[in-house]
Design a protein around this ligand. Structure first.
Ligand code: FMN
Length: 159
């Protein structure tokens, strides 16, 4: 079983985080692929395994351009996603106030509307935060994988 990391990004920050997590996945007994949301549709959720959405926010609480197709497909091709378990890495900037990490929130809300279940707490990466985002995301990832394993979600055991 593996993780699929779905990237919604404008300038590459979310992509870098996803690649960092994918690189770390084997240390946690998981394998991971990183997919850019560009050109994806709801069909990506037919992929076996767990999902992690790494998504930034643009405009005024909007999903990145490369995520529009997937986001719209969740409406246009809506179907029950009760088999889907996902984690969320939400990039934003708290100086935007009410629209802080709005892009990731929009995905979370839409996926949950379709029956998908969020595993654990979201990892929120605030551009104003002095902490190093890769380090914050890696710490979150370790906790998230452990929680998924405790919940009996299918991940390989560490070798
Ligand atoms: C034009 C523009 C608009 C943005 N709008 C928001 C916003 O509404 N809410 C938010 O939380 N962050 C907003 N951000 C901050 C980005 O989400 C943040 O810098 C993030 O790290 C970018 O990641 P990316 O390179 O993967 O797109 C905005 C950034 C830019 C450049």
């Amino acid at each position: 079983m593996q993780l699929t990391l779905l990237v919604g990004s404008v300038h590459g920050n979310a992509r870098q985080i996803a690649q960092t997590l994918a690189f770390a996945a084997p240390e946690h007994g998981a394998s991971a692929q990183v997919l850019d949301m560009q050109d994806l549709s709801i069909a990506v959720f037919d992929t076996p395994g767990l999902f992690v959405l790494c998504c930034s926010t643009t405009g005024s609480g909007d999903v990145p351009d490369n995520a529009h197709g997937l986001y719209q497909s969740l409406d246009a091709d809506a179907r029950f996603l009760g088999h889907v378990r996902f984690g969320l890495v939400a990039l934003g900037d708290s100086s935007y106030g009410d629209t802080f990490y709005g892009g990731a929130k929009a995905f979370q809300s839409r996926l949950q509307d379709l029956g998908a279940q969020l595993v654990g707490e979201a990892c929120v990466l605030d551009a104003l935060d002095a902490a190093e985002p890769d380090a914050v995301a890696l710490a979150w990832f370790a906790t998230w994988i452990a929680q998924a394993r405790r919940l009996g979600l299918s991940l390989p055991s560490p070798v």
